[in-house]
Design a protein around this ligand. Structure first.
Ligand code: GRF
Length: 224
């Protein structure tokens, strides 16, 4: 069966791109990365695309409409069916977002709608939350909004700084993004307004506690 053709937009390191490339290495994975676009020529992710033998392009346009036109031309020439923003740090032209409506995803390192925008891990630490995580969502014009496809939760630990928390979230991102793209490729996502239902999906009934249940019990027994 033909695999879903995915185009990735990156600006930097490209570790989420790598996670998608690794997933697609398995012929049974229902999607493949067919082209990679970076808005920066120094993006390390370009070398990952090259190493995987994937077409890659630097689109360094002076403004948003020019970037949109050039990126759109690359994506259409590659017959892309789904756009995956993977650490893409430039604001997109609204016309481009509309053109790829429900066919463009983003990954963000927080549990949206908490902590959109820049430095979400720093925002999470400042807010004192006990859990954070990552979100894959369909892209809408307002930054970091759009129907949520999947989320992964990680604990915030007492000794965390921004880098430690970011690394824990990033490990979850690398599992979540390939999952979300797979669900899309399998045709299992149903968008109802702001909610995405997953055909055949199963939510886990595990409830995470932080501090953990075990620790809570130990403390309770010491008090008793
Ligand atoms: C990730 O944390 C992603 O969620 C955010 O930007 C970062 C990109 O990292 N949008 P990488 O380029 O995929 O390594």
């Amino acid at each position: 069966m033909a695999r879903l053709r995915v185009g990735a937009l990156i600006s930097g390191r490209g570790s989420n791109l790598q996670a998608l490339l690794d997933a697609a290495n398995d012929p049974a994975y229902p999607a493949e990365i067919v082209t990679v676009i970076s808005n920066r020529e120094d993006a390390a992710g370009l070398a990952r695309a090259a190493a995987a033998g994937i077409a890659h392009h630097v689109v360094a346009a002076p403004d948003r409409p020019a970037f949109a036109a050039a990126a759109d031309a690359v994506l259409r020439a590659a017959r892309v069916e789904l756009v995956a923003l993977a650490g893409f740090m430039r604001l997109l032209d609204p016309g481009f977002v509309d053109a790829w409506h429900d066919r463009m995803m983003n990954i963000h390192p927080s549990l949206l709608p908490s902590f959109p925008g820049l430095h979400p891990q720093r925002q999470a630490l400042a807010a004192g939350v006990k859990f954070s995580g990552c979100t894959v969502h369909f892209v809408r014009v307002a930054v970091d909004t759009g129907p949520i496809i999947a989320q992964a939760v990680v604990p915030v630990e007492d000794g965390d700084d921004e880098d430690r928390l970011a690394a824990r979230i990033l490990a979850a991102e690398h599992r979540l993004y390939p999952l979300a793209v797979r669900l899309y490729a399998e045709g299992r996502l149903r968008i109802h307004g702001n909610r995405v239902a997953i055909a055949g999906g199963m939510a886990s009934d595990i409830v995470a506690l932080n501090p953990s249940e075990v620790l809570t019990e130990i403390l309770a027994s010491r008090r008793g």
